[in-house]
Design a protein around this ligand. Structure first.
Ligand code: PLP
Length: 306
């Protein structure tokens, strides 16, 4: 799938444009310096048509990310929420991955450049399981990567900012080159941090552990899964987790809008739960898959019908 060859309409600075016309200049500031913020949002088919999952929370995080990098988005949350619904609808999508993004234009080059215009785009397309249907069912193998490491002192990882993904890509490449499906990134104290674009959970003696939100991108799926788990009466602890904790754990999984709830069945050369997705992981995954499709009434307030 070549992204720029897809058909449909993209919302660009307040207007719907043809997919092939949604272009920018090569001297676009963000292309050179990673000075952008974005979101990954999904819509799923429900019995009442497509619904966007936790739309407002995603849009609020986009504004928070922009604030962290000192960018002023020239729209308000309602305009961006409406635009996201609009792109799903106009492209006749039942299930969609939605990508809002804000970036600086080509008015100036150099880090000092001022008077840069903030542009906003929203694209949406049909995208299946991020790691593949087989992986989401049967689990993935992850490699512990010690380069690069994340630090609590650098708050920038709180922003879903383009430049951060250079690090994520290096970590992922390291894992893929070694035959694994994903990277497990560490922090500077060698605690487990997160995946290249997913939050991490591990289950030890029926207690669900996840790294503290100070050092990770506080994922909306992470928050969703913590709520599901607590509603099921599991203890959820935000705590430091060592690599050894994970290797001796009962279960582990990743969460993210793209990755949804993906079981982890191996860490380095150590199998978790004999190389099979764990029972608690599967239980949480099932509820997550049901609720995003509007099948669980108590969580229906998280859905926005388009
Ligand atoms: C987007 C992202 C996540 C997952 O966040 P969600 O809100 O659940 O999609 C986790 N880690 C990183 C680094 C991310 O970019």
């Amino acid at each position: 799938m070549i992204m720029s060859d897809l058909k449909g309409k993209i919302w660009m600075d307040g207007k719907l444009v043809e997919w092939s016309d949604a272009k920018i200049h090569v001297l676009t500031h963000t292309l050179h310096y990673g000075t952008g913020v974005f979101e990954g949002v999904r819509a799923y088919e429900t019995s009442d048509g497509p619904a966007i999952f936790r739309l407002e929370d995603h849009t609020n995080r986009l504004f928070e990310s922009a604030k962290l990098i000192g960018m002023q988005i020239p729209y308000d949350a309602k305009e961006l929420n409406d635009a996201q619904s609009q792109v799903v609808k106009i492209n006749n999508l039942k299930n969609a991955y939605i990508r809002p993004m804000c970036f600086y234009g080509s008015e100036g080059m150099g880090l000092r450049a001022d008077n840069l215009k903030v542009h906003t785009i929203i694209a949406a397309w049909d995208w299946g399981s991020y790691l593949g249907d087989d992986k989401i069912l049967n689990g993935i193998k992850v490699k512990v990567t010690d380069f690069p490491k994340r630090s609590e002192k650098s708050m920038l990882h709180k922003a879903k900012a383009s430049g951060n993904y250079l690090y994520s890509m290096l970590a992922l490449k390291d894992a893929l080159n070694s035959g694994y499906d994903e990277a497990l990134i560490l922090d500077i104290d060698d605690n487990v941090n997160e995946g290249s674009g997913e939050n991490f959970f591990t289950i030890i003696n029926n207690t669900i552990h996840t790294p503290k939100d100070a050092t990770v991108l506080n994922g909306i799926t992470r928050q969703t899964v913590m709520k599901i788990a607590r509603d099921l009466n599991y203890r959820v602890e935000e705590t430091n987790i060592s690599v050894d904790d994970v290797k001796s754990s009962d279960e582990a999984f990743f969460t993210g809008t793209a990755a949804e709830v993906t079981p982890i069945i191996q860490v380095d050369n150590v199998k978790i739960n004999d190389g099979k997705p764990g029972e608690i992981t599967k239980k949480i995954q099932k509820i997550y898959f049901d609720l995003i499709r509007g099948k669980v009434d108590e969580y229906s307030s998280w859905l926005t019908q388009v």
